[in-house]
Design a protein around this ligand. Structure first.
Ligand code: CUA
Length: 349
């Protein structure tokens, strides 16, 4: 029995050492393996994730430590014939390795739940902080700031402000995700989902769609700018004061709704490029050709499946009037015309 005790002590020491080294590595290198942490909610999630990694390190060390020790200490030697005495179950050990992990899992579940309701409280002061209405569609994002009557294709957020997001979808299920904020929330058609984010550092990030939603899923991104509170106020004032020419307005609409799938510089994306589009002769899937004029653009926006350009998938969803007014469509045509003729310069941003 003394020999057994000696082995147990040594193996336990090995497990302790392995755990300590791995736990140290988790704390030391955690930041290298996750995206930059840019929100208060992200800090909570990272804390929980780190704790889970440390527990995983312990259980890994427990299995690997005992195994390694056994492989070396109890290796077969030339003077030993066959197998040792058989061992049957030991009830206290089996109870122990059932009940302790169960308690740990329940405890982690409770901790996770507490973080969850802290991030997404069931009740909250309705007008606390900033409200942003997110609309997801195939394939892009639109952000509305109802307090200011401003709509933007870039998500601009003031730092250190709790932002409530109301998330809707126009068509299919998408998922609103900025990895640096950690929080992720589905956009479900016919429902309003919500989440909260409190950005804690300024910088530029990207909204990514995290739910496979069609041919343009990989391009369904939108820029995020976290700015100081003063810069945010200036931006809002600018947006509110804007009085745009039809071409400028058209450009903004194109940027908001079209550029996930169409390029302005000739690059091939899900759909044909807009470079030199106006007046262009285009081959269609059915073998005929068409000249891109006002009527064709109008039809392609309202009823994209009517005439599919040869070599491209029929991926575009229709944009009905409640989505894009006739006035908006006129602005888009004005922009495409001016852009093709070279009389409109894309503003630098
Ligand atoms: Cu929207 Cu993927």
């Amino acid at each position: 029995m003394n020999g057994m005790k000696k082995h147990l002590l040594r193996a336990t020491a090995l497990v302790g050492l392995l755990t300590a080294v791995l736990a140290w590595a988790v704390y030391r290198y955690f930041d290298r393996f996750v995206p930059l942490q840019a929100s208060d909610e992200g800090a909570q999630i990272d804390r929980l994730l780190r704790l889970e990694f440390v527990l995983i390190a312990f259980f890994f060390a427990l299995v690997v430590g005992f195994t390694l020790y056994a492989v070396f200490a109890f290796r077969s030697r030339p003077d030993e014939p066959g197998e040792g005495a058989p061992i049957h179950g030991w009830t206290p050990l089996e109870l122990g390795w059932t009940i302790i992990p169960l308690l740990i899992v329940v405890w982690l579940g409770w901790k996770g739940y507490q973080d969850y309701i802290r991030i997404r409280p069931f009740s909250f002061a309705p007008r606390e902080g900033l409200l942003v209405q997110v609309e997801a569609f195939q394939f892009g994002w639109s952000f509305r700031y109802p307090q200011y009557q401003v709509t933007s294709s870039t998500l601009v957020l003031p730092v250190d402000t709790k932002v409530r997001f109301e998330i809707r979808s126009r068509d299919v299920i998408h998922s609103f995700w900025v990895p640096e904020f950690r929080v992720k929330e589905d956009a479900v058609p016919g429902r309003v989902t919500y989440t909260f984010i409190t950005p804690k550092r300024t910088g530029e990030f990207t909204v990514r769609c995290a739910e496979l939603c069609g041919a343009g899923h990989a391009f369904m991104r939108a820029p995020v700018q976290v700015v100081t509170q003063e810069e945010f106020q200036t931006w809002v004032q600018q947006q509110m004061a804007q009085n745009l020419s039809p071409e400028e307005k058209g450009y903004r609409l194109v940027k908001q709704f079209c550029l996930s799938c169409h390029s302005l510089d000739g690059t091939r994306k899900v759909g044909p490029t807009f470079q030199g589009i106006f007046g262009r002769e285009t081959a269609l899937q059915d073998g005929s050709t068409v000249v891109v004029d006002e009527a064709y653009i109008r039809e392609s926006v309202r009823n994209p499946q009517a005439k599919i350009v040869a070599g491209f998938p029929p991926a575009m969803p229709p944009f009905p009037e409640d989505r894009l007014s006739d006035e908006d469509l006129d602005a888009i045509i004005a922009f495409l015309k001016a852009f093709t003729e070279g009389t409109f310069q894309i503003p630098e941003e």
